[in-house]
Design a protein around this ligand. Structure first.
Ligand code: ADP
Ligand code: MG
Length: 702
C-alpha cells in the first residue's frame, strides 16, 4: 500500500509541477510526451556542457556548437516582418562581436535586456551568410559571484517549446523543482536489491539525480551505466519470460518421417544437401518431435539454400497429416517460391496453393476453400495468408522467409491459426550481429547454415565511377554476348520516392540507348507497376527472354535466376552495406564467373567510399554486417528502427554489448526462478516492464 501511495506522487500530472501550469503542460505533452513527474524524470539530457568553460568570441568557428560567452550587449532593436520579425542584439568582448536573436517572446526579452551591460550567454551557434549568431540564447546578468561550476545538462527540445519560454535552462529548473518536491523514496526502485548488489548498480533515485545534475564525471558515468543497465535488463527480461512461455507451449508432434519426405529425399532432390542443411533439418526434426512448439530462427547467408530446408520441413508436416505454409515478403518472391516448389514436387502427389494479394476472384475462392478443407496441403504466399479470413484445416508448420520484414505481431497472428499453435520457422539471410539478434529474435532458438553449396564461384565486385560508364556498358555487352543476363538496380527510398522513380525511368531510357531494341531485350520492374505487369516483366527475365532487368530493390531478396551473372548497382553509395550484400546475392548462383559492379559518382563521402571498399574486399555476410553496424552505429539497423524491441533511450546495442551480456544472464536467472514474477522481491520488475515499453511490444506473442 505504501508503494501505491509513493507511486502516486511520481505519477502526478506535469501541470502541477511548480513553474509548469496548463499551457506549458499541454506543449510538454504534445511535443515530448511528458505527462507526469515520472516522464520528466525520464527526459534525460542528451549531453552536458561544462559551465566552467568560457569562450572568447574570436574562438568561435564552424565546428562550434553549444558555447558560453561573457560580453556586453548593445544595438538592441527589431527587424523584419511577419514570422521573420526578430529581436536583435550585438554581444561583444575584447576579441569580437556576435549577433543574438529572438523570434519569440521578443517583448519580454526586450524589456529585460540592458544596453551596455555585461551578460553571461549560453546557446547553440549557427551560421548565416558566414556570420555566427545565437538564436534564443540563455542569458543572465554577469557578476563576479555567478556560479560557473559544474555541468549544464543539455535537453532535447523543440521550437514550439522554446517559443513558449521552455528553454534548456527551464528544463534544468523544472527538474530541480521536481527533485525538491519529491523525496528519493518517492522514486520507485525497478531492480531487486540482490541484482543491484551483484552488479554494483546505483539505486534508481540516485541514478536519476545523477543524470540530471551530475556533480562529477564519475557520478555521471555511474548514473548512465545504471540506467542503461535497467533498459537492457528490461528488454532481456521480457525476452527471457517470453522464452519461458514458448518452452511451456504445447506443440504438435511430427512422429513420422513418411512417404512424402522419403520419396522426395531419395528420388527428387536435385542435389546433395550440404552438411549444414542436413544438420538444420535434424535440429528441426528434433524440435517437432518434442511435444513443444518450435520457435526457430534459421540464419543463412544469401544463396546458402534455405528454401530446400523449408520445403523438407513442410513435407515432414504433411507426412504427419498437417498443412504447412511458406510466407514470403513480396509478391514476386512468393510466386517464385511457388513455381520452384511446384516443379520440385512435380512427381509427388501434394497440392500446392498460392495465396497473395493479387490472387483474386475464382482463383482466390478455390485457394481459400482448399486451405479450409485441407485439400491444399502446402500454401505459399504473402502476408495475405495470415489474414483472419483465411481458415486452415490443420496448420502444423509456418515458415516465414526473410523475417526482417515481419514483426512480432505477424508471428503472433500465425499462432492463432490452429488450436495448438503451429511450429514456426523464421528464415533470414541478413546475418545479424549477436547483440542485435539477442534483442530482436531473443525469443527464438537459432540454427545457422554456415556453408554454401559446393561449386560456387566467388563474385568479383568492382567499384566504378560515373566517368567509366561507357566501359561498364561495353562490358555488359560482352557478357550478354556470352549468353549471360544482367541486373541493373536503382535505389528507391521512401523519403525521395518521386525523384527516385524519375531517375529510374531516366535510367531505363539511357539503357535503351546503350542497348537498342533490335538487338537487346530489356525488362523493367518496380513497385509502381501493377502486380501483373511486374510479374510479366519478371517472368521474361526469369525465362531468359530479356537480357537485362532494370529494377528497383524489389529484387533485393530471394529472386533466383542462375543465368544472371552480372549486376550493376546504380548510385551504389546510396545503399547500405547489408542491402548491397543482399543485392549481390542475386548473382553468383550459376556456374559462370559473376560480377557485381558498384557505380557511383566521382565525389562521394568518406563513409560511402568505405562501404564500397568493404564490398569489394569481402563476400562474408557476417563480416559485412559487423562493419555495417560499426559504420552506422545502433541507429537504424536493417530498417529495424521502427521495432519496439529496440527502443532504448540510452543504451546502444553495439557499444553496450558487455552490459547486454550481463543483463541477459541476470534476466535468465530471474525468469527461471520466478517466471510469473510473483516473489515479493520481484514485484518491482513488473513496474520496470510496464515502464519500459518492452511489455507492450512482446505481449502480442505471449
Ligand atoms: P537462400 O538461402 O538465399 O534462400 P536458395 O534456397 O534460394 O538460397 O538457394 C540458392 C540456390 O542454391 C538455389 O538455386 C538452390 O537450388 C541451390 N541449392 C540449394 N542447396 C543446394 C545444395 N545443397 N547444392 C547445390 N545447390 C543448392
Ligand atoms: Mg531465400
Amino acid at each position: 500500500m505504501n508503494v501505491a501511495v509513493r507511486d502516486l506522487k511520481i505519477k502526478t500530472p506535469i501541470e502541477f509541477l511548480r513553474g509548469v501550469g496548463p499551457a506549458r503542460a499541454a506543449i510538454l505533452r504534445s511535443d515530448l510526451n511528458i505527462h507526469t513527474f515520472e516522464d520528466l524524470l525520464g527526459h534525460y539530457p542528451y549531453r552536458y556542457f561544462d559551465r566552467s568553460e568560457i569562450l572568447s568570441i574570436n574562438q568561435i568557428n564552424e565546428q562550434s556548437e553549444w558555447i558560453q560567452l561573457i560580453g556586453t550587449i548593445t544595438n538592441i532593436g527589431e527587424e523584419g516582418d511577419g514570422p521573420k520579425r526578430r529581436l536583435l542584439a550585438t554581444l561583444y568582448d575584447q576579441t569580437g562581436r556576435i549577433e543574438l536573436l529572438w523570434f519569440q517572446g521578443r517583448a519580454h526579452v526586450k524589456k529585460t535586456l540592458q544596453d551596455g551591460v555585461k551578460y553571461l550567454v549560453f546557446g547553440k551557434v549557427s551560421f548565416f551568410n558566414g556570420r555566427a549568431n545565437i538564436a534564443h540564447p540563455e542569458i543572465e546578468l554577469y557578476n563576479q559571484d555567478i556560479n560557473l561550476l559544474g555541468r549544464q545538462p543539455v535537453y532535447s527540445s523543440t521550437q514550439k517549446l522554446i517559443s513558449r519560454g521552455i528553454t534548456n535552462r527551464s528544463f534544468s529548473k523544472l527538474t530541480q523543482a521536481l527533485f525538491q518536491s519529491i523525496k528519493p523514496e518517492d522514486i520507485p526502485e525497478f531492480l531487486p536489491e540482490r541484482v543491484r548488489q551483484n552488479f554494483n548498480l546505483l539505486p534508481r533515485a540516485a541514478a536519476l539525480a545523477g543524470i540530471h545534475f551530475p556533480q562529477s564525471e564519475e557520478e555521471l558515468n555511474n548514473a548512465i551505466h545504471r540506467l542503461k543497465w535497467e533498459e537492457l535488463f528490461a528488454s532481456q527480461l521480457m525476452i527471457a519470460l517470453v522464452r519461458q512461455q514458448h518452452a511451456a507451449q504445447v506443440g504438435w508432434k511430427f512422429e513420422r518421417v513418411g512417404a512424402f519426405f522419403n520419396d522426395f529425399y531419395n528420388n527428387h532432390l536435385p542435389f546433395q544437401l550440404t552438411n549444414a542443411q542436413q544438420r538444420v533439418v535434424r535440429e528441426i526434426r528434433k524440435d517437432t518431435l518434442s511435444g513443444r512448439q518450435m520457435n526457430r530462427l534459421l540464419q543463412g547467408d544469401v544463396g546458402s539454400g534455405k528454401t530446400i530446408v523449408a520445403l523438407m520441413c513442410a513435407l515432414l508436416a504433411i507426412d504427419n497429416g498437417f498443412q504447412a505454409c511458406i510466407m514470403a515478403p513480396t509478391e514476386i518472391l512468393a510466386r517464385q517460391h511457388y513455381d520452384s516448389v511446384r516443379s520440385l514436387l512435380q512427381e509427388i502427389d501434394i497440392q500446392v496453393g498460392l495465396l497473395t494479394g493479387t490472387v483474386k476472384g475464382k482463383e482466390r475462392k478455390a485457394a481459400l476453400s482448399g486451405i479450409a478443407d485441407g485439400s491444399i496441403a502446402l500454401v505459399i504466399g504473402t502476408h495475405a495468408m495470415i489474414e483472419d479470413s483465411v481458415q486452415y484445416k490443420n496448420l502444423g508448420l509456418a515458415v516465414i522467409d526473410e523475417q526482417h520484414r515481419f514483426g512480432v505481431s505477424q508471428r503472433a497472428k500465425l499462432w492463432k491459426k490452429n488450436t495448438i499453435p503451429p511450429h514456426i520457422l523464421v528464415m533470414t539471410a541478413t546475418p545479424i550481429p549477436r547483440t542485435l539478434a539477442m534483442t530482436l529474435y531473443g525469443d527464438l532458438e537459432v540454427s545457422v547454415i554456415d556453408e554454401l553449396p559446393p561449386g560456387r564461384k566467388e563474385i568479383l565486385t568492382l567499384h566504378r565511377l560515373e566517368n567509366q560508364r561507357a566501359r561498364v556498358m561495353q562490358f555488359l555487352k560482352s557478357e550478354i554476348e556470352k549468353g549471360r543476363q544482367v541486373y541493373i538496380v536503382y535505389p528507391l527510398i521512401e523519403e525521395s520516392e518521386k525523384l527516385d522513380y524519375e531517375s529510374l525511368l531516366a535510367g531505363y531510357e539511357q539503357v535503351r540507348i546503350w542497348f537498342p531494341e533490335h538487338q537487346y531485350k530489356v525488362a523493367m520492374v518496380h513497385g509502381r507497376q501493377a502486380a501483373e505487369e511486374r510479374q510479366r516483366n519478371m517472368d521474361r527475365f526469369i525465362k531468359g527472354e530479356a537480357n537485362i532487368l532494370v529494377a528497383t530493390t524489389v529484387i533485393e531478396v530471394g529472386v533466383n535466376v542462375p543465368n544472371a551473372s552480372v549486376m550493376v548497382v546504380e548510385s551504389a553509395e546510396r545503399f547500405g552495406l547489408s542491402q548491397l550484400h543482399q543485392l549481390r546475392g542475386r548473382v553468383g548462383r550459376g556456374a559462370e564467373q559473376s560480377y557485381c559492379i558498384l557505380l557511383t559518382g566521382e565525389k562521394i563521402g568518406e563513409d560511402s567510399r568505405q562501404r564500397m571498399k568493404i564490398m569489394c574486399e569481402s563476400s562474408n555476410g557476417f563480416y559485412i554486417a559487423e562493419q555495417d553496424l560499426h559504420l552506422r552505429g545502433g541507429g537504424d539497423l536493417y530498417g529495424t528502427r521502427q521495432s519496439g524491441a529496440l527502443k532504448f533511450k540510452l543504451a546502444d546495442i553495439l557499444k553496450d554489448s558487455a552490459i547486454m551480456e550481463e543483463t541477459r544472464i541476470a534476466a535468465q536467472q530471474v525468469a527461471a526462478n520466478d517466471p510469473q514474477l510473483q516473489q515479493p522481491e520481484h514485484q518491482c520488475l513488473n513496474s520496470l516492464l510496464d515502464n519500459s515499453g518492452q511489455q507492450s511490444y512482446w505481449s502480442k506473442i505471449s
